[in-house]
Design a protein. Structure first.
Length: 403
């Protein structure tokens, strides 16, 4: 017969309420009243079993965004020939996992096929092309998207309109026309304007608010503004600056969402940079938490292994909350704590009749790996045991995971 000491029983009693709290990013976000915490993903990554396992972990991710496969070059490579195969793969994964889908995007200056950028258009013919694209995509994904990024990155840094084929041919009216076409195709999906460097006050944020007012002045529905939030470690705007800026948007009767959060650094990463990165992630997440109309947060992929950053900014990277080996970085704890789940962010505690062991669940340098954590594989030097209730499961020679 096992005898529990008084001290152990007191500890069990104090730990149980914590263990019953949220155990992941989405769980914590929803518990705090948000609609989701999510991540971008992309089709090439879906051949990676370990990657898909964590992508499908709905404790952390209640929402996913296709990083590329709903863009114009992927969906209408030739005029009026629509290909949804790749986008459907991600939509189907979200559906199978019970995750919300943020759909991205309908009208952008980038990743356009040459038939669009090199075409000879009039105001009338380009409006028809744009409306046809929007109507087809929104209709195809009707009922599957929580939100669409209808217009993406329509502004320059100084707040003037970007010189895209859309603006040059149609003028600013392309924006309300695009929103109207999307609303006509699916009256229930949330319609967003999405951009970067609008996360703090300045000309560009002011111009983004003017876009909201422009669409509203046409009597057309706009539900939200997406703040991409591609930041740099140590240069991320403060929580109060971001919260004040979010409030300026929600004052216009629209929702806001953090849509593409990542925080890059100059490599190699150091403990100090990773600590600052955690603080910076918490600033953005905390600003959303302080804002009633901020519906959710999406990171622009969850692991450094698949981040867009090193391809675009040589010498920079390590921008995501999980590292190249799919191990949680300090940023994970920073986010979870900012979401309000302090207890499970800081420790996983297991209690036995005679011993108590406490180990961090957010670091790869501990003796026990948390649920979904790596617990083995060639060259793996981290924990080989799993937290109570999980089994170290062989995936491939390079990776075993606590499932
Ligand atoms: O599909 C081709 C492939 O056929 C070719 O072999 C390969 C060679 O480089 O390129 C592939 O295309 C790449 C594409 O991603 C799909 O993987 C492009 O080169 C690459 O430039 C493109 O990058 C994407 C980028 O948008 C394009 O602007 C990133 O993956 C994607 O994460 C990024 O996402 C954007 C958001 O949509 C809007 N906000 C900024 C954000 C980051 O740039």
């Amino acid at each position: 017969m096992v005898h529990f000491s008084t001290a152990a029983l007191v500890l069990v009693a104090s730990v149980l309420p914590q263990l019953s709290q949220a155990s992941g990013l989405d769980t914590a976000a929803v518990a705090a009243g948000k609609v989701y915490f999510g991540t971008a993903t992309d089709n090439p990554e879906l051949t990676d079993t370990a990657y898909v396992a964590q992508l499908s972990n709905t404790n952390d991710f209640g929402q996913i965004t296709p990083g590329n496969s709903q863009k114009w070059d992927a969906t209408e490579p030739q005029q009026n020939t629509f290909t949804y195969t790749q986008g459907d793969v991600i939509a189907d994964l979200a559906k199978a996992n019970g995750q919300k889908l943020r759909c991205h995007n309908l009208v952008w200056h980038s990743q356009l096929p040459s038939w669009v950028t090199s075409g000879t258009w009039t105001n009338t013919t380009l409006i028809a092309v744009m409306k046809n694209h929007i109507t087809n995509l929104v209709t195809h994904y009707k009922g599957q998207c929580y939100a669409w990024d209808v217009v993406n990155e329509g502004l320059n840094e100084d707040g003037t309109y970007r010189e895209s084929v859309w603006y040059e041919t149609i003028g600013e009216a392309y924006i309300p026309i695009a929103f109207a076409a999307a609303a006509a195709a699916d009256p229930n999906v949330k319609l967003y304007y999405n951009d970067y460097n609008i996360e703090y006050s300045g000309s560009k944020a002011t111009a983004a608010r003017n876009i909201v007012k422009l669409v509203q002045s046409y009597g057309v529905k706009i539900d939200g503004v997406g703040l991409q939030s591609h930041f740099i470690v140590g240069s991320t705007p403060s929580k109060s600056a971001q919260a004040a800026n979010l409030a300026a948007f929600t004052a216009l009767a629209v929702d806001v969402a953090i849509t593409e959060l990542d925080i890059r650094m100059t490599l190699p990463s150091t403990a100090a940079l990773l600590s600052q990165q955690s603080t910076d992630y918490a600033s953005t997440v905390g600003a959303c938490m302080e804002t009633d109309g901020c519906v959710g947060i999406t990171i622009w992929d969850w692991t450094d292994k698949n981040s867009w950053v090193p391809n675009t900014f040589p010498g920079q990277g390590a921008a995501c909350p999980w590292d190249d080996n799919l191990v949680k970085k300090p940023a994970y704890t920073g986010i979870l704590t900012a979401l309000g789940d302090t207890a499970s962010a800081t420790s996983t505690t297991t209690t036995t009749s005679s011993t108590t062991t406490t180990s961090s669940s957010s670091s790869g340098s501990t003796s026990v790996a948390a649920h979904w954590g790596q617990c083995g594989g060639l060259s793996w030097t981290g924990p080989t045991a799993c937290a109570s209730g999980y089994t170290c499961t062989y995936t491939n020679p390079y990776y075993s995971q606590c499932l």
